[in-house]
Structures are given as C-alpha cells and as structure tokens.
Design a binder for this molecule. Structure first.
Ligand SMILES: Nc1ncnc2c1ncn2[C@@H]1O[C@H](COP(=O)(O)OP(=O)(O)O)[C@@H](O)[C@H]1O
Ligand SMILES: [Mg+2]
Length: 331
C-alpha cells in the first residue's frame, strides 16, 4: 500500500450502476446510479435514513452490495484492496481515539499506511498545521470540541494522500462556526485535486460545496444535477414579464392564457410557471413576437434548494411521478 499511496495517484472518479441493498425485508437501495467526475465535489443529499451511509459503505468496500456494479478511482469494487489503496473515508462517527493526542492519532494512521517514522512525523506535522491543530498537537483528543475532533478525523483520513475521499455527513452536529471551518478545509482539498464524495442532510452544505448534487430518496436517486439545475426543476420557478402599459398586458394575457399565467395588474406584469430553460424561454418569446406584443423586461426566477428538497423528498403519491419527470428533463 505504501508505494501507491505515497505518490499522488492519477485522479479518477466514481461510476456506479444499479446498486442495490436490502437488510432483511427492508429495501434500502433500489438501483442507484452515480457518476462522479475526478477532481470534483459530489454531494449525496438525502433525509435521515435515506441510505447515504449505505452508499458510502458500499463504495468504500466496507459492505457488499446485493447487486449493481461500481468503479471507484478506476478500480472495480470487487478489487477491494485496490480501491482501498486509493481512498480515504471519514465516517459519521469519528475514528479518533480519545485517549491519544492529536499527534499520536496521526502517527498511528501513518503507521497503518506504512510510512517510515521520519516521514510519518513530517506528514503529521504538515497536517496539524494545515488543519490549524498544531497548538493542540499534544492534547488528548478527548478534550477536543466536536469541531476539532472532526478536523482531526479529516486530517487522519488524509495521511495516506488519498486521491478520493468519502465524507459521510462531515458537519452534522457541528456549530455554524466549525461548519464553516470544515467547509473551508474541504474546498482547499478540492482545489488540490482530491475527488470528494460527501453526504449531507443540509441543502446549504451541498449548495456551498458541491459541483454536482444527487438527491437520494426512497432508495433511488430522484434528481441529479448542479444546484442551479436542480433549482430550475421544481414548482415555484417562473418567468416574469414586465409590460409598459395595460394594453400590452391584456394582449399578452390573451396570448399566453390565464390558466397558467398569473396576472399582476398593479405592476403590469405576468408570471408564467417555468423551469427557466432556454426552450421554454424561446417559446414564450416566440409567442409574444408572433402576436406583436412588446414586453419591457423578462426575468427568470428560480426557487431555492429547499423547494427542491421538499418537492423531491416529500412523502406522498405525487412524489415518484414528480421525481421521474425531473430525471427525464435532466437527461
Ligand atoms: N446494518 C444494518 N442492519 C439493518 N438495517 C440497516 C443497517 N444499516 C442501515 N440500515 C437501515 O437502512 C436504512 C438506511 O440507513 P443509512 O444508510 O444509515 O441512511 P442515512 O445514512 O441516509 O441516514 C435505514 O432505514 C437503516 O435503518
Ligand atoms: Mg448516515
């Protein structure tokens, strides 16, 4: 392991198809497909119990899937040793040993990665300084705050210089300040080219960190895309047309139909529900042009991620239909 982990491995992402997992009668993952490009930050977003940790456990070879296939960092999951040589995993429950000091925890990891003593000390010192823990290096981890423990845990994950890391709910339970510190550290890692797969229940976290977000619910990925793409897909998004006078507003309302458009007489504007995509915009503009109605201004309003999350992970019959529509329109 030492030879491969010491040199920076070529960055490779994750590609998973049809992952399935049940515990007894309980179906946890019902065919999960994922694609994470190397060098990017990917967020798996889902409510408690959605199966996020199960996905991380499968992709990091800690448990076996009942079905499906995946390549992690260019290696098939079946070749668990090869996968493990490339990755680092930070669990929801920190691997930090409270009886050891921060430095001892790191040196233990260095040992596990077969770094020689000098190299181990050098790496530990480097990480302690990078994570702003140098001043606490000789304190027992049991005296650390939650935020410091999480930082130490992340530092321990990085001892072996993995090209890809899994962060399972890295900031759950942390205060806002510690959360921001961790976000900063995660962004720094991403800048260094480390591929990051993180799970989170927090929309803001996914929005802040991730290049792409997948929403896991009911054992399936119900939506996938950039934060912007996801925001465009839920009800609440609309196009707002502004008119110079009541005459134009009347004409536009007649053309676009009041069944869908919401008219605001006071502001001489018309709101049309829309995903904000270019084809939709074009069709609205075409219709106005054909009927020679002049709009003064057009603005596109996108809902925020909270709207997305609620629309996609809500319980109820409508939800699976909504989810499949979303998936289709993202393709
Ligand atoms: N070892 C296990 N045995 C039985 N059920 C499990 C086990 N691990 C997870 N589960 C169940 O699988 C579902 C998904 O769990 P998990 O992956 O931990 O979700 P999340 O990380 O999104 O909160 C939950 O209903 C959980 O109770
Ligand atoms: Mg979990």
């Amino acid at each position: 392991m030492s030879a491969t982990t010491e040199q920076m491995a070529p960055p490779k992402g994750i590609s998973a198809v049809g992952l399935r997992k049940s515990y007894g009668d309980k179906l946890v993952l019902d065919g999960v497909d994922l694609e994470v490009r190397p060098g990017t930050v990917f967020a798996l977003l889902g409510p408690n119990g959605a199966g996020k940790t199960t996905v991380v456990q499968i992709l990091s070879t800690l448990i076996a899937a009942d079905g499906g296939q995946a390549f992690v960092s260019g290696q098939p999951l079946e070749d668990a040793d090869a996968v493990r040589a490339q990755i680092g995993v930070t669990g929801q429950f920190a691997a930090v040993d409270g009886l050891l000091t921060a430095e001892e925890n790191l040196l233990l990891m260095a040992d596990l990665h077969h770094l020689d003593r000098r190299e181990g000390r050098r790496r530990a010192a480097e990480l302690l300084s990078q994570f702003d823990l140098a001043g606490d290096a000789t304190k027992r981890a049991s005296t650390f705050s939650g935020g410091m423990r999480r930082k130490l845990d992340l530092a321990m994950t990085l001892v072996g210089r993995p090209s890809l890391i899994f962060l399972d709910e890295p900031t759950t339970g942390l205060d806002p300040r510690s959360r921001r510190t961790l976000w900063h550290l995660i962004r720094e890692l991403a800048k260094q080219g480390v591929t990051i797969f993180l799970t989170t229940q927090y929309l803001e976290e996914a929005d802040q960190l991730a290049d792409r977000i997948a929403v896991l619910d009911g054992g399936r990925i119900v939506a996938e895309g950039t934060a912007e793409e996801l925001k465009r897909l839920v009800p609440g998004g609309h196009i707002r047309l502004q008119f110079a006078d009541a005459h134009s507003l009347d004409a536009a309302t007649a053309q676009l139909g009041l069944s869908t458009a919401v008219r605001d007489d006071e502001n001489l504007s018309l709101q049309i529900p829309s995903d904000g995509s270019i084809p939709t915009l074009r069709s609205v503009l075409d219709l106005l042009e054909r009927s020679r109605v002049h709009a003064q201004a057009l603005t596109v309003h996108t809902p925020d991620l909270d709207d997305v999350f609620l629309a996609l992970t809500g319980n109820g019959a409508a939800h699976h239909t909504a989810a499949s529509t979303v998936k289709e329109s993202l393709r």
